[in-house]
Write a protein that binds this ligand. Structure first.
Ligand SMILES: NC(=O)CC[C@H](N)C(=O)O
Length: 309
């Protein structure tokens, strides 16, 4: 039986919070360096509309790499599976999220999966629309529907801070452009990608999005299928195989929940058929995952037998 009360959750947060001191906030995007490393919060959204939470739940976080699952879902709907998977692969890399190494070993230079930066840049490139604003608005409209929160937007400071310093992502783009995997102007693509990564919400919204994935793309309260079941299934599979970067194998063994992390310290979780989880804990481990967030998921998974394996 999963955790039922915010009181139960608070005990787990108190326990996991001790581990925040073992991590560091990301500062390669200067604006993210301002986060408080001691923060930790969680929300769990059930399909019947109940939501329990604990910690600093009002704080907003930028999605960063969590946005990669949402942009993937959107392009799968807009372009179809064949078009998307001709341009980005389905295999985990075992490398850090921003690594350029494998691109050169592949022919054509197609990124191995949509959860690493190279693959996510290709996915963002595929978002339809006449301008950056138009494309961002399509993604935002989809995310607002998933979260049932029309106020969701993006943080201009974080987007600008990443845009000004994203030289590694620039180099990935130029490599991909040289090999004709992307064909648009690199600065335009980075403008859209950094705004996408800077989309912000609190962990209640994040938990609700996880719940929609857990329920195979359907909003159980309205009965509306927000994304096709197959799209939700593919996204959850990527979350299992590559969602926690090069820590995905260990995460699958220890926790066993489809999840996606971001360098802002967010984690989106979807327990299939049961509920969605949103976590925020900005202190990161050496692989870029929320150190206390992972501990919290470990406690949850063990106490409530949540592993899907
Ligand atoms: N791991 C992450 O969250 C990375 C996202 C970040 N915006 C980047 O591209 O570097």
């Amino acid at each position: 039986m999963p955790c039922q009360t915010s009181g139960e959750l608070k005990l787990l947060v108190d326990e996991a919070k001790k581990y925040t001191k073992d991590g560091k906030v990301a500062d390669y995007i200067p604006e993210l360096g301002k986060a408080n490393p001691g923060d930790l919060s969680i929300a769990i959204h059930y399909p019947d509309g109940r939501c329990i939470s604990a910690g600093d739940i009002d704080k907003k976080i930028t999605l960063q790499s969590i946005s990669k699952v949402l942009s993937l879902a959107l392009v799968l709907m807009e372009r179809g599976f064949q078009y998307v998977f001709e341009r980005v692969g389905m295999e985990p890399t075992g490398d850090p999220f921003n690594s350029i190494a494998k691109l050169e070993t592949m022919a054509p230079a197609k990124p191995l999966n949509p959860m690493i930066n190279a693959g996510a840049l290709v996915v963002t490139h595929m978002i339809k629309g006449a301008s950056v604003e138009d494309r961002l608005n399509r993604l935002l409209a989809f995310i607002r529907e998933l979260a049932d929160d029309s106020s969701i937007g993006y943080c201009e400071e974080v987007a600008r801070s990443e845009f000004e310093t994203a030289n590694l992502n620039r180099s990935l783009c130029y490599f991909l452009k040289q090999h004709k995997i992307i064909i648009e102007d690199v600065e335009t693509l980075l403008d859209l990608y950094t705004k996408q990564c800077a989309i912000e919400m609190n962990c209640l919204d994040l938990g609700r999005i996880g719940m929609i994935f857990a329920m195979d793309g359907k909003d159980p309260l309205t009965g509306k299928q927000i994304m096709p079941e197959d799209v939700a299934r593919i996204c959850k599979t990527f979350m299992v195989t590559c969602g926690m970067y090069n820590a995905s194998g260990e995460f699958a063994i220890k926790i066993g929940i489809p999840a996606k992390s971001g360098v802002s310290g967010g984690i989106l979780g979807a327990v299939p058929g049961k509920f969605g989880i949103g976590i925020f804990g900005p202190a990161l481990d050496e692989k870029g995952n929320s150190v206390a967030g992972i501990k919290l998921l470990e406690l949850l998974s063990r106490n409530y037998r949540l592993s899907m394996f």
